[in-house]
Design a protein around this ligand. Structure first.
Ligand code: PLP
Length: 492
């Protein structure tokens, strides 16, 4: 199966090439030409790794079974995930479960994809005969950076440069990044917000002069953001896995639909749920939960995507995003692969910061997706309430989805809420919500949260206290290109 561009501006490529390139050089994203269907019932039983192999095989044609198996074994094992099943399902109440996606090395759901994606990329380079040194550029709102640094650290033939908004990430997130180990990791603070970082990185990818210069010196660029298909397909796996677990636990009959409620930023995680649905997972509705930066809620309600608006810093920084890159893939799918329309909308977005979809597209989206947003006080309330009524602590991102799930009318028998980070990663706010009193110091909050809940402190946070700072570079938004050149000049 080939991968094609959402803007019809690139010849079809094999999966390995889509992963090697990261995004379409002329703008646009790679998507599968056809979404393969699998028989979900036939996947019952087995391990997470078994499910992964069955789900990835038809999506990643061109990779041999043996290659995929090696990638899976390297990514999901007792050294990388602290639970045998990779993910866990916790029951909140009769009708709601929480899918814990944060058992990997950096305590956020992004590990599930970023522990395996570097192996996909290394294999992709061999397959397409890419001998140049790959430079991974990452824009992060906090969690991607750390997870990517962890996933790519000491990978042969690959270096990684992470850009993060200096004042837009939590203390723990920042510490995780600036203490990142590995001889091939580089971390740069940018004096701007996440969209500045993301636009800067997108600009570098579409900078032909830069690409030519880099090629001459033996470098090529790629991406670990969820614009890279290699990030998305490992996420499809856990939706199918969660479904199988619910059936195993007797909460659902095989074939009965389940709803997923997803705290959303760049629209990658929820898009993976959509593809899981297209592959045959019985998913009823997708609830798209936003924080105060509710551009997606407004879009799904009105059909107008408008980024000309105030940007808020919230307590769920990984969701503080005004340009949700993966929405482009969703639009391409719901318009029945209408690349011309997609190209026009994204021209509008680039030129005027907004676009409007037609009524047919809007109703196609309405049939799949229910939008909602939650303001800051309600996020805190949801953390406190969930702790008191279910004895379960959630982080500030998961809490956005939990709050939305409280008022959602269940379309299916059961709802699964994606838990995207360990509460320990955002301890300060979680303690404030649970105990009413805030502690300013992050690590004292971690201790307090442990004292309150008895939950084991996530190792990603526990080990952070004593790690030395290794990355101190800080630049203005206009200096990203120079920073890349400077860093590459030092790689031999
Ligand atoms: C990245 C992230 C999100 C948003 O996920 P998207 O795939 O960008 O929609 C939500 N919560 C946490 C904790 C994250 O790290």
């Amino acid at each position: 199966m080939k991968y094609i561009s959402t803007r019809n501006n690139h010849p079809p490529v094999e999966c390995a090439q889509a992963i090697n390139l990261g995004m379409v050089p002329a703008g646009g994203l790679f998507v599968p030409r056809d979404v393969p269907r699998i028989d979900i019932a036939s996947l019952a039983g087995g391990s997470y790794q078994d499910t992964a192999l069955r789900v990835l095989t038809p999506l990643m044609t061109g990779y041999t079974g043996e290659e995929l198996l090696t990638c899976i074994e390297h990514a999901y094992n007792p050294d990388t995930f602290d639970t045998e099943g990779v993910i866990e399902l916790a029951q909140l109440d009769e009708r709601r479960s929480v899918m814990e996606l944060w058992h990997g090395p950096t305590a956020a759901f992004k590990d599930v994809a970023l522990q395996i994606m570097p192996h996909f990329l290394a294999a992709a380079k061999r397959k397409v005969g890419e001998t140049r040194h790959t430079v991974i550029l990452v824009a992060t709102s906090g969690d991607t950076g750390t997870a990517a640094l962890q996933g790519f650290r000491d990978c042969e033939g690959i270096s990684i440069i992470v850009f993060y908004p200096e004042a837009g990430v939590s203390e723990i997130q920042k510490l995780q990044m600036i203490t990142a180990e590995g001889s091939n990791t580089h971390v740069v603070a940018v004096k701007g917000n996440f969209d500045d970082c993301q636009n800067g990185v997108k600009g570098l990818f579409s900078d032909n002069a830069l690409a030519e210069d880099l090629a001459k010196t033996g470098f090529t660029l790629s991406s670990a953001n969820s614009i890279n298909w290699g990030r998305l397909c490992p996420q499809i796996v856990y939706y199918i896995r969660a479904y199988l677990l619910l059936v195993e636990q007797g909460k659902l009959e095989m074939g009965a639909p389940v709803d997923f409620c997803v705290p959303t930023g760049n629209f990658g995680n929820i898009l993976a749920a959509y593809y899981a649905m297209r592959m045959g997972a019985p998913i009823g509705r997708l609830l798209c939960a936003s924080n105060r930066n509710k551009i997606l809620t407004d879009f799904f309600e009105t059909g107008v995507y408008d980024k000309n608006r105030e940007f808020f810093r919230t307590m769920s920084p990984a969701m503080d995003i005004l340009i949700s890159s993966n929405l482009e893939r969703f639009l391409y799918e719901v318009t029945g692969h209408d690349a011309d329309r997609i190209a026009l909308w994204y021209e509008d977005l680039a030129a005027r910061g907004r676009f409007t979809v037609d009524a047919d597209t809007k109703s196609a989206m309405d049939a799949i997706l229910e939008p909602g947003w939650v303001d800051e006080p309600r996020v805190l309330d949801a953390i406190g309430r969930t702790y008191r009524s279910c004895a379960y602590a959630v982080d500030t991102h998961t809490a956005v989805a939990v709050a939305m799930s409280e008022n959602a009318s269940p379309a299916s028998g059961h709802m699964v809420i994606d838990s995207t980070a360990s509460p320990y990663k955002f301890s300060r706010r979680v303690v404030e919500a649970i105990s009413g009193g805030g502690i300013r110091d992050e690590f004292r909050s971690v201790d307090k949260l442990h004292e309150l809940t008895g939950m084991p402190v996530h190792r990603a946070v526990r080990d952070l206290r004593h790690k030395p700072v290794r990355h101190t570079r800080s630049i203005s938004t206009g200096a990203m290109r120079d920073a890349v050149l400077d860093i590459l000049a030092r790689i031999e």
